[in-house]
Design a binder for this molecule. Structure first.
Ligand code: PPS
Length: 346
């Protein structure tokens, strides 16, 4: 091992020495309570380096999210919207690259190698630079919090977020690792123990900032984006300072972007069906599962509904942030076992 790599590993170990730790849902390394959030052991040093070294630019766009909330979707939309005058829809980079490649996670950019070279590389990227992050708002680098860069945050109803996380972690878990059971994972989720959790403080950090500085932080919910994508695409264009002209609207540019970034289209692209991404070599196909709202009805039992509803109420009450539930969905969960709900739901 090169001496700089060894130095980094030692620095990483030093960072975690005094931190509270918990087992991860799906990885052999633990989660550490670092700066009040559950940081995966493998990312802790990268987050620390990102905080210390990243230099924001006023024109930056940061797409922030709690994991399994629609990150890949909003990355694709933000990329397509801010570049809508640069690329044609027929020959678009999203057709040949995964959104995580076009909009890299900032914290992982500092994951290894020569830091000065990484800083230089980031400094030289074409503007506006678009990055992703799972880091909670208080832990973003000072230059990002203080610059005028735009932040788009996406969150998701915790019921669906839990199901998406649980199914995903089960798929990407190394074979050698014993899976956490659904009950265990649910208990951990309700206690906020999940990568980058607690989910409530993650959401509230960005929510409060979006209330205080709506021109800087745009707060989106996966469910709202699903319900009226075209309205939100227009809003994102205005927020990023690249609104669509009437002519573009008439010519179907917004509809084209929505189609290009849709779950059905993205899931079927060769570039998203095969190959791996990231240091953990995650198969890209695992980022696309159902892409629906309300799938929680197929997994939750009535006691789970009761428990998570209480946590949501307790953690979010008074904040102004809430998630609506359909009466029909709650009724189904009360009267039918999970295996019989699917046929009635659609
Ligand atoms: S990650 O690993 O944090 O980047 O995952 P993330 O992208 O946040 O969340 C994955 C869920 O988003 C769904 N997905 C989409 N929904 C709508 N439109 C598009 N284009 C899209 N692409 C991915 C994906 O299927 C995961 O949700 P579930 O409920 O598990 O299907």
């Amino acid at each position: 091992m090169a001496s700089t790599d060894m130095q980094k590993e030692n620095d990483g170990e030093k960072l975690t020495l005094s931190l509270q730790k918990e087992k991860s849902w799906a990885q052999p390394y633990p989660l550490y309570l670092f700066q009040d959030f559950w940081c995966p052991g493998i990312h802790i040093q990268a987050v620390d380096l990102f905080q210390q070294h990243f230099r924001a630019k006023q024109s930056d766009v940061v797409v922030a999210s709690f994991p399994k909330s629609g990150t890949i979707w909003i990355k694709a939309l933000a990329f397509a919207i801010s570049n809508h005058q640069r690329f044609s829809l027929e020959n678009h980079p999203l057709l040949t690259s995964n959104p995580h490649e076009l909009v890299p996670f900032l914290e992982f950019t500092f994951g290894g190698g020569d830091i000065q070279a990484q800083i230089l590389h980031l400094d030289n990227l074409a503007e506006p630079r678009i990055f992703g992050t799972h880091t909670p708002f208080p832990s973003l680098p000072t230059s990002t919090k203080e610059s005028n860069c735009k932040i788009i945050y996406i969150c998701r109803d915790p019921f669906d977020n839990f199901v998406s996380a649980w199914t995903y972690f089960n798929k990407v878990k190394p074979l050698s690792l014993t899976a956490v059971t659904q009950d265990e994972a649910f208990e951990m989720y309700c206690n906020g123990v999940i990568d980058y959790g607690p989910w409530w403080s993650h959401m509230l950090g960005y929510w409060n900032e979006s209330v205080a500085r709506p021109d800087k932080v745009m707060f989106l919910k996966y469910e709202d984006l699903k319900e009226n994508t075209s309205f939100h695409v227009k809003k994102i264009g205005e927020f990023l300072g690249c609104p669509f002209t009437e002519e573009e609207e008439k010519n179907g540019v917004i509809e084209g972007i929505i189609k290009l970034c849709s779950f059905e289209k993205m899931k079927d692209l060769e570039v998203n069906k095969s190959g791996v991404i990231g240091r953990g070599s995650i198969e890209k196909k695992n980022f696309f599962r159902k892409g629906e709202k309300g799938d929680w009805v197929n997994y939750f039992t009535p006691p789970m509904v009761e428990k998570l509803s209480k946590v949501v109420e307790e953690k979010l009450s008074g904040s102004g942030l809430s998630f609506k539930k359909k009466f029909w969905d709650c009724w189904l969960v009360r009267v039918l076992p999970p295996t019989q709900r699917q046929s009635l739901w659609f």
